[in-house]
Design a protein around this ligand. Structure first.
Ligand code: ZN
Length: 250
């Protein structure tokens, strides 16, 4: 294989690593943000549950005050009852007492309902708090893993950049220029393997027989007529795999 072609294949391998590493580095802040958003969503869910419980308790205190007012009125009527003079007054007072009892009963019922509701809301708060604690644990673990992955990616990127810087000076200027030119318009993929059937792996277009013939020799820089990528060929292994023939059904 021509030394330039060998270097071009290597350059493509390095650039693919660099491209992937850079995309991962660029995506890193968004991945961290997504984790922070999960935490704030869980935190907010706790706050919402606590606010509901608080509102329910506040409403109950209002009801309890109302109940105390009705209770006070009722006690006053009952105290006054023995001192009324006429039957008519007595009946009127009885009527007042009846109304006050009904009002008190209605409020007390609401207080009970509110207590039952508060039990449910308190359970919601506990559930939201457990969910937050679980989410926090998950996120701690995921963040540590992400951080480790990020460090590895950064190290890989640095190593690939060093390897690229070492490789380029040994290549011909025309080979490097051609690579850069094709890579620019082909999303960073400037080198493509020709398949055994004579197709360009990247654009899937069939190579002309005379082009394929030259590509198979791997000793000159040939480009795909369709996508302009630099082509190379990996010959089949010299002998059939004995395992493969033994495993065949015939
Ligand atoms: Zn092609």
């Amino acid at each position: 294989m021509s030394p330039d072609l060998t270097s071009l294949i290597e350059l493509q391998r390095i650039d693919t690593i660099i491209g992937e590493a850079r995309r991962a580095v660029a995506a890193h802040p968004a991945r961290l943000d997504a984790m922070d958003q999960r935490l704030s969503a869980a935190t907010q869910a706790v706050q919402v549950a606590k606010d509901r419980l608080q509102a329910c308790q506040d409403a109950r205190r209002v009801l309890e005050k109302e109940a105390a007012v009705f209770q006070g009125r009722l006690s006053k009527y009952r105290e006054q009852l023995p001192s009324v003079k006429t039957n008519r007054e007595y009946q009127a007072m009885q009527k007042e007492i009846e109304v006050a009892e009904q009002e008190l009963g209605a409020v007390e019922e609401k207080v009970l309902e509110s207590m039952v509701e508060a039990d449910g809301l308190a359970a919601d708060v506990k559930a939201a708090e457990s969910a937050l604690a679980a989410e926090r644990q998950d996120l701690d673990r995921e963040k540590a893993a992400l951080q480790e992955e990020f460090s590895k990616t950064t190290a890989t990127l640095e190593a690939a950049l060093r390897a690229r810087a070492d490789l380029i000076p040994g290549m011909s200027a025309t080979a490097v220029a051609l690579f850069e030119q094709v890579a620019r318009v082909r999303k960073g993929i400037a080198v493509s393997e020709a398949t055994r059937d004579g197709l360009c792996t990247e654009c899937h277009v069939r190579l002309r027989p005379q082009v394929f013939q030259l590509v198979r020799q791997n000793d000159s820089i040939m480009q795909c007529d369709s996508c302009r990528r630099i082509l190379y060929y990996v010959p089949p292994p010299p002998a059939e795999q004995p395992d493969a023939s033994a495993a065949s059904p015939s």
